[in-house]
Write a protein of this length. Structure first.
Ligand code: 13P
Length: 253
């Protein structure tokens, strides 16, 4: 059975004290709402990882938003997968569209980062998704397929079964424009079919595929009710404890 996950992505928000206070609220609220093996994750800026891990009481998992592809060395300003793991974090977002767009991260680079993250027992949340131009020109299925092929389909079946995918249409991120449940389900089913042709039906069935892009407490129940949508990657709404908790609750829909 694939895992149901709601992961918050705080992006470049929350100073040290703000982060601690928001996270403490989230832990207290999510504790009462999360069922069974559902997973809630907060992917925070690096400065927060260790202190949040101490406060998490196992209720909310911790993730980073990026890692370097190399193990260690002279890469001023960068953070390695091993360092992230040592803070008590379990997840790392790789290939967010903001990294692809503003930091010129390519599929090949992201594939290296994924391999390094797995080596250090971090679960990559690997993001894919098309831009508005790609959606309008009708090339989005090819774009998604290329991102999968070049980014993660080089992994062994064993390694692939450890990753989480997130479909985040770039045109829906931070814009208030959400993909309709049908649009999102369409792509999620396509992604699962591609996984099935590469790795077989069992791994395809067990892969968690999250939706991200203006997901909120109101639209989450309908999105999460889709057959191939296994939770969400949440930006803006993860900065409010009530909204984030309500999205976790929507996993029960
Ligand atoms: P919003 O939920 O703010 O649209 O952001 C989505 C996202 O980029 C999560 O990684």
């Amino acid at each position: 059975m694939r895992k149901k996950i709601v992961a918050g992505n705080w992006k470049m928000n929350m100073d040290y004290n703000e982060g601690i206070s928001l996270f403490s609220e989230i832990v207290n609220m999510v504790r009462d709402e999360k069922k069974g093996d559902q997973v809630a994750v907060i992917c925070a800026p690096f400065i927060h990882l260790n202190s949040l891990a101490q406060l998490s009481s196992g209720v909310v998992k911790i993730g980073a938003q990026n890692c370097h592809q190399n193990e260690s060395g002279a890469y001023t300003g960068e953070i390695s997968a091993k360092m992230i793991k040592s803070t008590g974090s379990d997840y790392v977002i790789i290939g967010h569209s903001e990294r692809r767009q503003y930091f010129a991260e390519t599929d090949v680079l992201l594939s290296e980062k994924t391999t390094t993250a797995l080596k250090h027992n971090l679960t990559p949340i690997f993001c894919i998704g098309e831009t508005l131009d790609e959606r309008n020109s009708g090339s989005y299925f090819q774009v998604i397929e290329r991102q999968l092929t070049d980014g993660v389909f080089n992994l062994s079946a064993e390694d692939f079964s450890k990753i989480v995918l997130a479909y985040e249409p770039v045109w829906a991120i931070g814009t208030g424009l959400t993909a309709t449940p049908e649009q999102a389900q369409d792509i999620h089913a396509f992604i699962r079919a591609k996984i099935e042709s590469k790795y077989g039906v069992n791994i395809a069935d067990d892969t968690t595929i999250l939706y991200g892009g203006s997901c909120n407490a109101k639209n989450a129940p309908e999105l999460f009710a889709q057959h191939d949508i296994d939770g969400g990657l949440i930006g803006g709404a993860s900065l409010k404890s009530r909204d984030f908790t309500d999205i976790v609750k929507a996993l029960n829909s």
